[in-house]
Design a protein around this ligand. Structure first.
Ligand code: NAD
Length: 463
């Protein structure tokens, strides 16, 4: 581990007790305001960096990287007083004569490990929650987006001292060196495979973890769906960021009776949104050659095993246009691997129970999308499946709602982020019970007549 990392961790650890006293509402709000200002001041540098890293369009950088962070800051600043206030809890029968409260306390020194696909918002979003909850943090951005990581480091170091927030750039080695340290909390966003490595490392020091992972998020289109609406949302959710979105629709199950019409409107929507040639300024690039090759191999494997290309996107280097494929079978790699690119398998179905059976045989996804007018069918799909979140007649927008928990379930993640849920992820909820005139000593030993009678009475009362 390099000396700067060790020094930042040591300084942050030393400051834990002082921060408990001095990092109150006013100071936390001030820290968030400084961060907001720095984000505004670095907007152009961020747009340039993310464009250099993977050609993401400027409007998309603002929409999906800068605005979510600004929104988190605003939401946290406005609600922080309420979130920080100790919560009173009514006494129970056994604790009559006491008062109870829950205090949200900073966990201490936190580690935030970020992925490359939304390199800014997935590093700074969790930082907002960490600071709001009164913690210090070390951020490890992704090595796959080096220009953005450099801007994050410059931005953060320009507003915070390293004993409050530090950024450690680097790859797997830097990440593993950090994971060997006894952090109070680790907030990891990335793949399920690395999530397991993070959780094993956390087990060594019993750090608590929030794991924001990925998976294959299915989309179901019912026979009565508004197909134009479905096409609009699916095209945006799937092809924004060139499909490199954790909650992008991975594949679509469409009822056979509307498949033809859906494909027509989806093609039209893709043409409207992106069809300005291979150099479309509205389409981000694949992050690097290795990922472009991974996607090409997925496609080759599927075609080799009988898949049909319904819409063939042009591919030049890391630029890949939207591609639609059909006739997918379970033997194909694309049926198991998270696609994470602009390839969308379309699978027709006759019986919704078959779809639910297929879904339930796979790991629980991060998101599930349902396009359907029938409330009964929508409810049936939701009740018979599990996923981190559900979007009904829309995709990906659940990420933007600061009042909703954002997270997965089992393979797609543990814990939740955003707004109050993010604050709670970075807080320890400490139970405090104060005695005023508790009657509990009446049942203390020796367990003679009166104590026994009282225990019997309580048992009868509780049924
Ligand atoms: P990744 O797991 O490869 O890398 C994430 C981070 O972990 C990086 O900072 C990387 O340096 C570090 N890392 C990689 N290998 C490591 C190792 N062996 N030991 C320790 N640290 C290691 O993920 P990625 O490719 O950057 O991102 C894509 C994945 O992230 C997808 O699966 C996607 O679904 C998921 N994701 C999830 C969310 C969410 O909010 N749930 C958001 C974005 C991405």
């Amino acid at each position: 581990m390099n000396e700067i990392t060790a020094a930042a961790f040591a300084a942050q650890s030393e400051g834990v007790l002082t921060r408990r006293q001095s990092f109150g509402l006013v100071e936390r709000r001030a820290a968030l305001a400084r961060l907001a200002l720095a984000v505004r001041q670095n907007e152009l540098a961020l747009i340039a960096a993310i464009s250099a890293d993977f050609g993401k369009p400027e409007a998309e950088v603002i929409l999906t990287e800068i605005l979510p962070v600004m929104q988190e800051i605003r939401h946290a600043s406005r609600n922080l007083r309420r979130w920080m206030r100790p919560r009173r809890v009514a006494p129970t029968l056994a604790t009559l004569g006491t008062s109870a409260r829950v205090r949200s306390e900073a966990r201490g020194v936190c580690l935030i490990i970020a992925p490359w696909n939304y390199p800014f918002s997935l590093a700074l979003g969790p930082l907002v929650s960490a600071l709001a909850a009164g913690n210090s943090a070390i951020i490890k951005p992704s090595e796959m987006t080096p220009a953005t990581s450099a801007v994050i480091a410059r931005l953060v170091h320009s507003v915070f001292p390293p004993d409050l927030v530090a950024v450690v750039e680097g790859g797997v080695e830097a990440s593993q060196a950090l994971l060997a340290l006894p952090f109070d909390h680790i907030f990891f966003t990335g793949s399920p495979a690395v999530g397991k490595i993070v959780m094993s490392a956390a087990a060594k020091t019993l750090s608590s973890v929030t794991l924001e992972l990925g998976g294959k998020s299915p989309t179901i289109i019912g026979p009565d769906a508004d197909l134009k609406n479905a096409a609009k949302w699916i095209a945006f959710g799937k092809f924004a960021n060139a499909g490199q979105t954790c909650i992008a629709p991975d594949h679509v199950f469409v009822h056979r009776s509307v498949k033809g019409e859906f494909l027509t409107v989806l093609r039209e929507q893709i043409a409207r949104s992106y069809n300005t040639g291979i150099n479309s300024p509205h389409l981000a690039r694949i992050v690097n050659e290795q990922h472009a090759k991974r996607l090409a191999d997925l496609l080759k494997d599927a075609i080799g095993k009988g898949a049909q290309i319904t819409l063939k996107g042009q591919v030049t280097g890391t630029c890949m246009e939207p591609t639609l494929i059909e006739a997918i079978t379970p033997e194909m790699d694309i049926s198991d691997e998270e696609i994470f690119g602009p390839i969308l398998p379309i699978i027709s179905y006759d019986d919704i129970d078959d779809v639910l059976g297929q879904m339930n045989a796979k790991p629980k996804p991060l998101a599930l999308y349902v396009f359907c007018k029938s409330r009964m069918l929508t409810d049936k799909i939701i009740a018979n499946t599990s996923s981190g979140s559900v979007g009904v007649n829309l995709t990906v927008a659940q990420f933007t709602h600061t009042g909703l928990p954002f997270g997965g379930v089992n393979t797609s993640g543990i814990g939740a982020a955003h707004g109050h849920y993010g604050f709670r992820a970075f807080s320890h909820e400490r139970a405090i019970l104060s005695n005023h005139f508790s009657a509990l000593p009446l049942v203390f030993p020796p367990y003679t007549g009166r104590a026994k009678r009282l225990i019997g009475l309580i048992k009868r009362f509780l049924g």
